[in-house]
Every structure is written in structure tokens, then in C-alpha cells.
Design a binder for this molecule. Structure first.
Ligand code: ZN
Ligand code: ZN
Length: 353
């Protein structure tokens, strides 16, 4: 693993579940992994004996322990080597687990690292892009199947239930985050939770939902009008967000800074006087986790890596009134090819009448 050389490490202790899956293929919930320049070691407990051997066996030395995974890990680590400088993932190790280094880990020099594997994960290969596209298309299909059943008078939770059922029936492995269904004035809460509120005719209905295929996540948002034609005011607000989203998802490129990407949607919204109502960043990376590197935000001055898959999700929120957010998923290939839309991109205003 070349990233180790850059950081002058002999090895890395990997504890983040998503990073373990990325490096070894193991999808279980409990394992400790060491990656050195020559070896990959995975220690898990007896529940995952078969699964770990099947998933990680081709790339890792798999050890199964029935009493203490950590004690066994340090014992096995001592057989790899010689190793001196070992990194650990500062963002995923608990204070409790870090205490173990002081005890059983005395033989190594431990250095905190941040986002070492996450940086590798940001650039997706073809297999990963296909999984995300499949998840995104599945999510879009679930949304369209659900729309036919949505009526004024239903609660947000009931609508979330219909959508989650459709996602599952179509093959989503799970819900990468709690489905957001927000109606009327609640659509102005950028991260509302679905509630028992009943949606009334003529109101906004905002749905933000995910799907997961082969471990990879998609993340979509659609905003529709329920039970009536949109008012002129609703139409103007919707078209503003839609135009900004379209501009950003077409023009975003690898190599552009996160800040410049964010500006693609922020500028037209601000030019129309709604800058303050777009209070979050434009998007985030997608992969084994639903929020990962890179960030498309005002504060990210790093270039977006080639191969990244990101969301494009501008929103305008008018407190007490309502909000519109539209979110699609795009791949940023290397070279001159433009952004590749992975989700269906069907963002014409829908009026469920
Ligand atoms: Zn979302
Ligand atoms: Zn998102």
C-alpha cells in the first residue's frame, strides 16, 4: 500500500468498518485489520468465521478468536514484521480501544492518521461506479413506484413506509440513512425527520432517500407538490433550484476545487436573492458510506479527485413556508469527459393531482 510509504508508516491499524470493507471485502460488523507493506491481517470473532474467510480470505490472513479479538490481534501482529511505526485511524478508534495500545501495543510506535484510506476510497473504480449507478437507478424507480400511491391526507411516516417498502422490494440492501419525508412548512427543515404530520393538498412534499447495492450507497432528493397544481410562487422557487442543480451537475469536473463546484449552484441562487436560504453545501462524496470525501463546499479548497462520485443537492428553504431540494448523483471521470449522471436526473416539477 503506497499510502503507507508517503506517511512513513510500516503499517496501519484499520478499525473503520467502511475502510475494512474497502480493503478486504469483509462486510461484517466486528473486525480489527492491520495492513502492512507486505501483509493484510484480519482478526474477527467466531460469529464471522465463515463470512470473513469467504469475503476477505483472498486478500487477507484471517484469524478467528472467541475470547479477545484485540489480544489476538496484537499476538498476530507480532508475527508480521519487523514493524515499528504503526498508524491508527484517529477518527474511528474509541478512547477505550486506544487504552489497549498503551498496554498490549507497547512493541510498536503508534501514530494517529486521518483519512488515509478515505483518500483512496474517494476515487472509484468501474466496479464501484456500477454499484452506485445500480443503487441510484433503483432509488429512482422506487420513488416513481411510490408516487402513484401518495395522496393528500397521508402522514409523512406512512409515505416513508411506502418508499422504504419499494426500495426493499427492488433490492436495496438497507437504508443508508433514515428516509426523510417532509411536508408543507417542514420541507424548510434541511434535515427533517419524517413525522406524523399529514400532508395537505397544495403543499410541498420533500423526499430524501437512499439505496444500497453491493455495499455502495446512492442518495436522492425529490420535491413534489401534492394534490394540486403548483402555485406560481411554488413554480418560481422550484425552477430556481432546478436550474441551479442542472447547471452544477452538468459543469462539475474532477480537478475543480470543492469551493468552485459549490459556487456553480450557489451563484445563480444568490443572484436571485436566495443566497441566505441555501444554507448547506452543494454535495458530498458517495461510496461505501453515504457521506464521504470529497465535500463540495465553500470551505473545501482541494481539487475534486478524478473518479469521485458526488451528490449535487442545492436547496432553498424559506422558514415557516417551505423548501425545495433536488439531489442527483454524478461520477467525475478523469480527463476531458464531463460529469456522468448516475441517477435518473428526472427533475421536472411533479404535481400529484
Ligand atoms: Zn440526500
Ligand atoms: Zn446527500
Amino acid at each position: 500500500m503506497r499510502a503507507l510509504e508517503t506517511d512513513a508508516l510500516d503499517g496501519l491499524l484499520v478499525t473503520s468498518r467502511a475502510n475494512i470493507r474497502y480493503l478486504t471485502g469483509f462486510s461484517g460488523s466486528a473486525a480489527v485489520v492491520a495492513v502492512t507493506r507486505a501483509d493484510v491481517l484480519l482478526v474477527t470473532d467466531f460469529r464471522y468465521d465463515e463470512q470473513a474467510r469467504a469475503e476477505a480470505g483472498p486478500v487477507a490472513r484471517v484469524e478467528v478468536e472467541s475470547t479477545s479479538v484485540w489480544d489476538r490481534f496484537f499476538k498476530e501482529l507480532a508475527t508480521l514484521g519487523p514493524l515499528d511505526a504503526m498508524g491508527y485511524e484517529a477518527h474511528s478508534v474509541s478512547v477505550h480501544d486506544a487504552g489497549r495500545f498503551a498496554e498490549a501495543g507497547k512493541a510498536w510506535r503508534w501514530t494517529p492518521t486521518t483519512e488515509l484510506v478515505e483518500r483512496l476510497r474517494a476515487a472509484k473504480d468501474d466496479v464501484e461506479v456500477v454499484a452506485i449507478r445500480n443503487a441510484a437507478l433503483l432509488a429512482g424507480e422506487a420513488f416513481h413506484q411510490t408516487l402513484g400511491e401518495v395522496r393528500a391526507g397521508m402522514t409523512e411516516l406512512a409515505i416513508a413506509g411506502l418508499l422504504e417498502g419499494a426500495l426493499r422490494r427492488l433490492g436495496s440492501e438497507g437504508h443508508p440513512f433514515p428516509t426523510i419525508v417532509a411536508s408543507g412548512p417542514r420541507s424548510a427543515l434541511p434535515h427533517a425527520r419524517s413525522s406524523t404530520r399529514t400532508v395537505a393538498a397544495g403543499e410541498w412534499l420533500l423526499l430524501d432517500f437512499g439505496a444500497q447495492v453491493d455495499g455502495y450507497c446512492a442518495d436522492l432528493t425529490r420535491t413534489v407538490v401534492v394534490g394540486a397544481r403548483a402555485t406560481e410562487r411554488q413554480r418560481v422557487l422550484y425552477e430556481l433550484v432546478r436550474d441551479a442543480q442542472q447547471r452544477a451537475r452538468t459543469a462539475v469536473r474532477a480537478g475543480m476545487t470543492g469551493r468552485d463546484a459549490d459556487a456553480l449552484a450557489r451563484e445563480p441562487i444568490a443572484a436571485r436573492g436566495f443566497g441566505a436560504a441555501f444554507g448547506h453545501s452543494l454535495g458530498h462524496g458517495l461510496g461505501l458510506e453515504v457521506h464521504e470525501a470529497p465535500r463540495l463546499s465553500k470551505t473545501n479548497t482541494d481539487p475534486l479527485p478524478a473518479g469521485a462520485v458526488v451528490t449535487i443537492e442545492p436547496g432553498v428553504y424559506l422558514a415557516g413556508d417551505g423548501g425545495v431540494r433536488i439531489e442527483d448523483d454524478v461520477h467525475l471521470p478523469a480527463g476531458e469527459r464531463g460529469a456522468e449522471l448516475l441517477s435518473d436526473g428526472l427533475t421536472d416539477l411533479l404535481e400529484l393531482v
